[in-house]
Design a protein around this ligand. Structure first.
Ligand SMILES: Cc1cc2nc3c(=O)[nH]c(=O)nc-3n(C[C@H](O)[C@H](O)[C@H](O)COP(=O)(O)OP(=O)(O)OC[C@H]3O[C@@H](n4cnc5c(N)ncnc54)[C@H](O)[C@@H]3O)c2cc1C
Length: 371
């Protein structure tokens, strides 16, 4: 049993134990772990695109880190999950390598037990849609999209799987993607290598060189109304999102997931007009609730259609930090100076008094936030 064994404190939470049943090296830097629940009821169905939250003790019995890993296997494969993890090596000699990814790669073996919660996340296929689908990934960002590809293989929808990475040495799950695409008509694959090796060129395992450009997408995608799903590193996301918007793809047709702190994909909308009436006790205006962002000096009337306080803050032109948008990572944690909120998704970790997670809460009355 390794140092990342299940802590006793996890047993009474929604975390459960998942045993590593297979470990597969997918590329020089990416490894898959096939996981099965120790208790049969530990397997919960997932939607293609969702992720599990893993709890790793940093030191035996001491602090924990939480890390998300998308499920890369088919949602039809009941009873097991596969996660596919890139080893985040130290960028410099004076800093440590990635805590969880290096541990998974270097120390976790078949038979070890991990502790995980979920599946979670709303980066999922729109099953009601019959539009053709474009799955666009960069690097290890392909993991949720491979799960989506599995799900789409069982439908009639046209699918374009476009993946960009450095070269064949780091390209994970290539054979699986090609086999899926070949499993029925209407599924096309394109691999774009930035720095193909001589071996890649000899083997002809990529379709284009360089990065994904507007011209490349135009040449690959016949004019149509597509659902786009993007996942990759921030520069990839910014570039591809910009290209798609430039091609006239409406915002609502582009779904995306960031694997780290999210970056702005485009300039924020103009802030909604600041509400001039003073806050409490006149904070409830015609039955509407006000939300004051004290540090920013902004106030607005709560929009009941807003998905969350985070979305509302963004609508007001603010840019709070966020990552998972699912109550997991804590990146959007803020101080609640007055008022009360209700959670529509329970935060994974306990919050201290006066703290609020913006991504999974809504106000219950007039509130004041310290942002
Ligand atoms: C929704 C979601 C899904 C995800 N799915 C996947 C997935 O399917 N596959 C996957 O591989 N990842 C995925 N991720 C990313 C994953 O959650 C982790 O963020 C990633 O594995 C890095 O975690 P770590 O603990 O290894 O690295 P960390 O310990 O968080 O370190 C990150 C990097 O910072 C460097 N670093 C550490 N200290 C310093 C310092 N002082 N100065 C400079 N650099 C430093 C480390 O060397 C490392 O390269 C997902 C993330 C999200 C939010």
């Amino acid at each position: 049993m390794n140092a990342f064994a299940t802590p006793a404190s996890a047993s009474k939470s929604r975390f459960r134990e998942l045993k590593v049943v297979t470990k597969v090296r997918e590329s020089s830097i990416i490894t898959s772990f096939h996981l099965e629940p120790v208790e049969p009821e530990g397997w919960r169905p997932f939607e293609a695109g969702q992720f599990l939250v893993f709890r790793f003790p940093v030191r035996e019995g001491k602090d924990f880190v939480l890390r998300n890993y998308s499920v890369s296997s088919s949602p039809e494969r009941k009873g097991s999950y596969r996660i596919t993890v890139k080893r985040e090596a130290a960028p410099r000699a004076d800093v440590p390598g990635g805590v969880s990814s290096c541990h998974l790669h270097d120390h976790v073996e078949v038979g070890d037990v991990l502790t995980a919660e979920g599946p979670r996340g709303d980066f999922v296929l729109d099953r009601q849609s019959s539009r053709p689908v474009v799955l666009l990934s960069g690097g290890v960002g392909l993991t949720p999209l491979v799960s989506m590809l599995h799900a789409l293989a069982g439908t009639q929808r046209r699918v374009f799987f476009i993946h960009a990475c450095e070269n064949g040495e780091v390209h994970a799950l290539r054979d699986e993607v090609e086999a899926l695409a070949a499993s029925r008509p209407g599924m096309a694959v394109h691999f774009c290598y930035r720095f193909p090796t001589d071996a890649d060129r000899a083997a002809g395992c990529h379709h284009s060189e360089g990065v994904i450009t507007r011209e490349l997408l135009q040449s690959l995608l016949p004019l149509d109304d597509y659902d786009f799903y993007l996942c990759g590193p921030s520069p990839f996301m910014q570039a591809v999102h910009g290209i798609l918007r430039g091609l006239g793809v409406p915002r609502q047709r582009i779904s995306y997931e960031f694997f780290g702190p999210a970056t702005l994909l485009e300039a924020p909308a103009e802030p909604a007009p600041v509400q001039t009436p003073p806050l409490a006790p006149a904070a409830v205006l015609d039955g509407a609730m006000t939300v004051e962002f004290r540090k920013s000096g902004r106030k607005g009337v709560w929009n009941p259609a807003a998905e969350s306080l985070l979305a509302f803050a963004e609508d007001q032109g603010l840019e709070p930090e966020f990552s998972c948008r699912a109550g997991v990572c804590g990146t959007c944690k803020s101080k609640l100076l007055a008022g009360e909120v209700a959670y529509f998704e329970e935060p994974l970790d306990d919050l201290a008094p006066g703290e609020v997670l913006l991504c999974c809460s809504k106000p219950q009355g007039p509130i004041v936030l310290d942002i």
